[in-house]
Design a protein around this ligand. Sequence first.
Ligand code: PLP
Length: 391
Amino acid sequence: MPRFPDISPYAHAVSHRVYSTLAERARAKNDVIYPLHVGDTYRDPIVEARAERQLSSEHTGLHKYAPVQGEPALIEAFLEFVARRHEVSLDRDCVQVMSGATPGLNVVTQVLLEPGDEVLLPSPFWPLSRGVIATKGAVPVQIPFYTRLDEPDLDAEALLESKVTERTVALYINTPNNPTGRVVSEQVVDAMFRVAKRHDLWVLCDEAYEEIYFGPTAPKAVWKHPDVRDRAIVFHTLSKTFGLAGARIGFTHGPKSVMTAIRGMQTFQTYCAPRPMQFGAIQALRHGAPWVAESRAHYEAAGRKAASALGVPAPDGGTFLFADVSALLRPDDHDCMPLLERCADRGVLITPGRSCGEHYPRWVRLCFTAVPPAQLDEALERIAPLFRAPS
Ligand SMILES: Cc1ncc(COP(=O)(O)O)c(C=O)c1O
């Protein structure tokens, strides 16, 4: 059936203009803007990993295509990273270099999902995860979850189980979590994976914040769980861990059978990740550990400061806070926009909770690593009074 001049309904489902409207409002009233809605870091990556350090004289054909699977030396460096960090020896055939976790998830959902399939999407979630699933015509089944982890009577297994239907194909898990900053306990992970196993679901493990944890020890990677090793497809990215979001380098790994299909699909998507930055990524993986440790300390301090300004608990990891702002809204405000507008009037941009799930219209998300510490202090000073509930 002709569609012109309309576009695909799936594309309609993911377009929105919230940020640009708020940004225009902020710019109209302020010289300095604090973009705490953007999930990024103010820290530059290690010198050896930067774009300007990748030289044609050192890498023949620097700007040519890379192999679809990725530069062999990069795959080697990633295998070493996984062996060091997770004490797992991955089969190199099971690893695919991707242009980040977002394209990784796109390619994987292309391989796994058909229109109408359902994906269990515990919420609140990284906003793009819902969009990626929706663009395939699949249904992200939003389940309020990470904000409920402290409820003494929470039965995580029953909660997920109640949302499984005959169309359910996959479960997506992200810990440390964007946006709540929560690290999911091993007990809850066990419960989630029992459901996945019982119903033969694929498990999509988003490890974007694997290195950004604030507890004394690194949380155990969920994908190592024996119940899901045969069904876990895992997304790593250098964006957060090594401050290389613009480099667009990530890794996907999973069972061999499905990785062959994923590699085939990747050929028709981006073909390969940017070759010059694959060489930068090797440097980050080999020499970036001290930078990662330093960032962790900076981010933890920033997270604590932001949490205290907003009156919410300090995060366990990640780069965001997620706050229930119902008490700061009028009963007839149907979402957090009036508060976001007040923040924008003071030059501070934060994200509406609804971007992270339909059940969170009266919540907001703030990224505490988007600007350097002095600017974060200024931004928090501007908005902290707005977060004090009227007594
Ligand atoms: C949970 C999560 N996964 C993936 C990504 C995107 O990663 P990449 O930059 O590698 O596409 C983000 C970015 O904010 C994220 O929060």
